[in-house]
Design a binder for this molecule. Sequence first.
Ligand SMILES: [Zn+2]
Length: 305
Amino acid sequence: MKEFKVLGGTDHEKDKGRDALRREYEKNSFAFDGENTKSPQEIKYIDNANNYLSQEMSRLGVNGFEEIKPGQVHFLDEEAWDNRFPGDLSQGCDILGGVCINNEDVRKESEENGVNFELKRFIVMLHELVHFQGCQKFVNVGDTTYSYRHGYLAYNANGEEYHFKMFDEAIVDTVTGLVASNHASDIKRDFGINLEEWDELKKYLNYRGSIALVSHIVVKVAESEGCENALVWDEMMRNHFTGNMMFLRKIEKAYGTKALRLLSMIDFKKQQTKEEDEKQNRLRRYFLDETTDEEREIITRELLK
Ligand SMILES: [Zn+2]
């Protein structure tokens, strides 16, 4: 049976919280209203994604891979998606006990970018499965049990606002891209992708800009720790799965004590004001290689006043 890490309250309250989570988890393992039956091919893709991801997790030395059953993956057409997530325009999401894919949005996106729909959907599913495998911790607040950390993503006490959104997505997409590259020949065969199309794999990843930003952080941390970049990437990915947040301390050590607060504020909110956009640009700028220490001091002073 799935075990949940719940903090806060008496033992009785913790048990109550765990029971509620387990019920929610089990409910999400069944088909939603209007969800289509999966084709044998879709089931095969889920199977492959499990295999690919468990291999990468064992390479990283992570225990506790949780195989996802076909019933826990929900490929939803427009109506079924809108029923479940009204007004949500994302391509997919992970929920307690499963992942959901927005067929219509993935289709639109693949048409706009001229990429293969089936492969795009596979990559979106893989990305959501990496979220799903991320270490998740809960806390009791009053009568409700909230997620307060999932991978690197941290929530406020009301369970709504989050920190480290950009960083979390960048790590999840890094794992996704790595897993896909490691199984390039299988994926090319399964989806009928030719070499040139494969070279465009990056087009299938949604957080390319964030991965580029994080690569600056990796260089800086590797320098500060006196180790290879590859070791830093691995530790960063490993901690997403284990919930060990020591890596964040290394970022602090490399950049200075305020760096984590700045990193936690980088986000992708849509329809932001011009002011907020400017702030987000400054936050990103802080972590770039070419930014000087003097500039970092100015950014810190202005944004954390
Ligand atoms: Zn994501």
